[in-house]
Write a protein that binds this ligand. Structure first.
Ligand code: HEC
Length: 143
């Protein structure tokens, strides 16, 4: 009987630990892998893109640094034709994955001619999964 209740206690403790881990599952990196790839709303993405500030820490908005006009460099590269360019930006990586990574982990691949660490680094944590999907959908639409 004693042994039995000890086992019960162990099982209980383990399930509590598991529940605690699951509860804090706001990790953008681990969730993005499982997130639907095509759930983005490009129209909302455009709205987000053009906001002066974005995300829960009021980070600078995308068009503070990115122009939509061909060849116009503000701080980062122009996003004219970004959806097309993303298809071949990194060999073997889909346009969707490239854009998602560019937003959530900007230093993973640095666009040629630009410095690393200049783009705001915390969008992956500041933005919701849906906001990131929407931004990716918008950028994909820029052909
Ligand atoms: C503080 C300036 C700054 C802000 C704000 C910024 N970026 Fe950037 N971004 C850059 C710079 C600089 C680069 C080029 C270096 C690199 O690849 O990280 C870049 C690169 C990119 C690229 C890759 C471009 C290419 O030609 O391959 C994408 C996509 C991108 N940014 C999306 C975004 C989105 C979406 C937002 C808003 C949520 C944003 N950026 C906000 C500076 C910025």
């Amino acid at each position: 009987m004693r042994k039995f209740s000890l086992v019960l206690l162990l099982v209980l403790a383990l399930s509590m630990i598991l529940a605690a881990c699951g509860g804090g599952g706001d990790e953008p990196a681990s969730e993005s892998a499982a997130a639907p790839r095509s759930g983005g709303d490009a129209a909302n993405g455009e709205k987000l893109y053009k906001q002066p500030v974005i995300g829960e820490n009021s980070a600078p908005g995308c068009n503070t640094c990115h122009s939509l006009d061909e060849g116009v460099v503000l701080v980062g590269p122009s996003h004219a034709g970004m959806g097309t360019r993303a298809e071949t930006a990194v060999p073997g990586q889909s346009a969707t994955d490239y854009l998602r990574e560019s937003i959530t982990n900007p230093n993973a691949h640095i666009t040629e001619g630009y410095a690393q660490g200049v783009m705001y680094q915390n969008y992956g944590a500041d933005l919701t999964e849906q906001e990131i999907n929407d931004l990716v959908a918008y950028l994909l639409s820029l052909k």
